[in-house]
Design a protein around this ligand. Structure first.
Ligand SMILES: Nc1ncnc2c1ncn2[C@@H]1O[C@H](COP(=O)(O)OP(=O)(O)O)[C@@H](O)[C@H]1O
Ligand SMILES: [Mg+2]
Length: 468
């Protein structure tokens, strides 16, 4: 419970309750002030009218007439609670239904007074308060007043009604505030519970959503999206470590056992040299695999740290092709290069050139005779790199798996490679917001690497065409 009072939700509820209570109390106070005086106002009007009427009578009938009138009005038990008292200048009673001029009068406003008086009932004597005003005729004084019993009762009724209403509203306010706070805390608690599970290692947990689309749901779905992303990255990372464990352990242990066997054999310098050469070649291949894995990881992480700049894709493609020309010559393949003068795009120079190199490497490696072509160009708002060959191609049902890490098709195992080339190509394409598609080249394979590339200013526009 102590924790509950320490929460922000509780503080918020308390603040709202204070505001609510203040407005309820203000409202009721206003209500009381504007209704409680109502009956007093009516008494004032009645008494005022009566005294004006008596004054008119005095003007017409004179003092004797007025005295007769007051006497007549004081005679019976009055149901309207009117009080009359008329005295001479020395306050000796002349007429009226009050026993003597009141002793203790309190002025309430100009011309008006209140005073206590005694009322005799079958249950005893009670003191009531009356409100009245006086008229002076010649030297005599006339006081007309009315018992405020009804007004007092009304005022008390209003007061107790308001007190009850205020009490009930405030109680409802407290209960509502507590319920609201509890509800809010429950939602926060569910987020806290989920995160606790995740902290303890259960990354599959997700924050339950109510489907109302409110702020808590939005927060929850954002956190869930974040957890999805983290899970994806973790799975990717686990895949890399698994790959390293499975696919690098075998060549490493092979390498180690060969060295061990050689050491046990009879010492032989020529044999040693041969084994060392083999070991170096195998170490080179291992290094290549490591580098490829690192490049893929770099490309996959690249989306989070922008390494793209404006680069000339045509120049990159030409440089890579130049490196592979000797390979093509050696195998007796024709390498056709179809690249424009310049093609400025935003991209990562190093990763783009590695992707093109991997594609050319595959085309030249798996094609035994015929031609390989590299075409680079712009197609609307996207840049395209096409590498086509006349080799064996890839069967349509294998087109997806060849992009997975370490996948090499049957029949390719005799050629050197690690099965990571196309994985890197895809990672680079994804980094650039693009795609890689494999197509039948009839015969052979065509790889289309396309990524969005809005036209950009060339790198050195002024240097490209010197003004002369
Ligand atoms: N141009 C191509 N022609 C035929 N098969 C290809 C071609 N490119 C790739 N492949 C197939 O896809 C597999 C995966 O390619 P890649 O990821 O570059 O690995 P690697 O070249 O190291 O084997 C290759 O082993 C090969 O079987
Ligand atoms: Mg390859």
């Amino acid at each position: 419970m102590g924790r509950f009072f320490n929460t922000n939700a509780f503080r918020l509820a308390a603040l709202y309750f204070a505001l609510f209570a203040a407005s309820v109390l203000t409202l009721f106070a206003f209500f009381y002030l504007s209704t409680a005086g109502f009956i007093e106002g009516q008494v004032e009007q009645t008494v005022g009218a009566e005294i004006r009427g008596l004054q008119e009578q005095y003007e017409q009938l004179g003092l004797a007439g007025l005295v007769a009138l007051v006497r007549e009005r004081s005679l019976n038990e009055r149901v309207d609670n009117m009080i009359y008292i008329m005295t001479d200048p020395f306050l000796h009673e002349v007429a009226g239904n009050l026993s003597g001029w009141p002793q203790r009068t309190t002025p309430v406003k100009p011309g008006w007074i209140t005073f206590p008086f005694e009322v005799h009932t079958p249950h005893g004597t009670q003191t009531h308060t009356a409100l009245g005003t006086q008229l002076i005729v010649g030297g005599d004084r006339l006081l007309v007043a009315r018992d405020l019993r009804d007004a007092t009762a009304f005022r008390q009724r209003v007061l107790s009604t308001i007190a009850w209403a205020a009490l009930i509203s405030l109680a409802l306010g407290i209960v509502g505030g507590l319920l609201m706070t509890r509800q809010m805390l429950r939602r926060v608690e569910s987020v806290a519970n989920t995160t606790r599970h995740i902290i303890h290692g259960d990354l599959a947990q997700r924050i339950p959503l109510t489907g109302s689309g409110d702020e808590f749901d939005q927060l929850g779905s954002n956190l869930n999206a974040m957890l999805d992303q983290i899970e994806r990255l973790m799975v990717g990372m686990r895949q890399v470590t698994d790959n390293i464990a499975h696919d690098l352990r075998t060549p490493l242990s092979r390498l180690r056992s060969r060295l061990e066997v050689t050491l046990i054999e009879k010492p032989n310098t020529a044999r040693y040299a041969e084994v060392l050469r083999e070991t170096i070649a195998e170490a080179d291949q291992l290094l290549g695999t490591f580098n490829a894995l690192l490049s893929i990881a770099e490309a996959e992480a690249g989306s989070r740290r922008d390494t793209t700049t404006t680069v000339d894709l045509a120049e990159i493609a030409r440089n890579v092709a130049e490196l592979y020309e000797p390979v093509a010559d050696e195998k007796g393949l024709t390498l056709v290069i179809n690249v424009p003068d310049t093609l400025p795009v935003r991209g990562d120079r190093h990763l783009l050139s590695q992707a093109i190199a991997n594609l050319l490497d595959n085309a030249l490696k798996y094609t035994l005779a015929g031609r390989v072509s590299l075409t680079v160009g712009r197609d609307g708002n996207s840049a395209r790199i096409e590498v086509a060959d006349s080799g064996p191609g890839i069967p349509p049902d294998r087109c997806d798996v060849v992009f997975d890490r370490f996948v090499r098709l049957e029949g390719s195992r005799s050629t050197p490679g690690n099965g990571l080339g196309l994985s890197l190509v895809r990672a680079v394409a994804t980094l650039h917001g693009g795609t890689v598609r494999l197509q039948d080249n009839n015969p052979g394979l065509m790889v289309v690497f396309a990524f969005p590339a809005a036209p950009v200013e060339p790198l050195r526009a002024s240097d490209a065409r010197p003004a002369a």
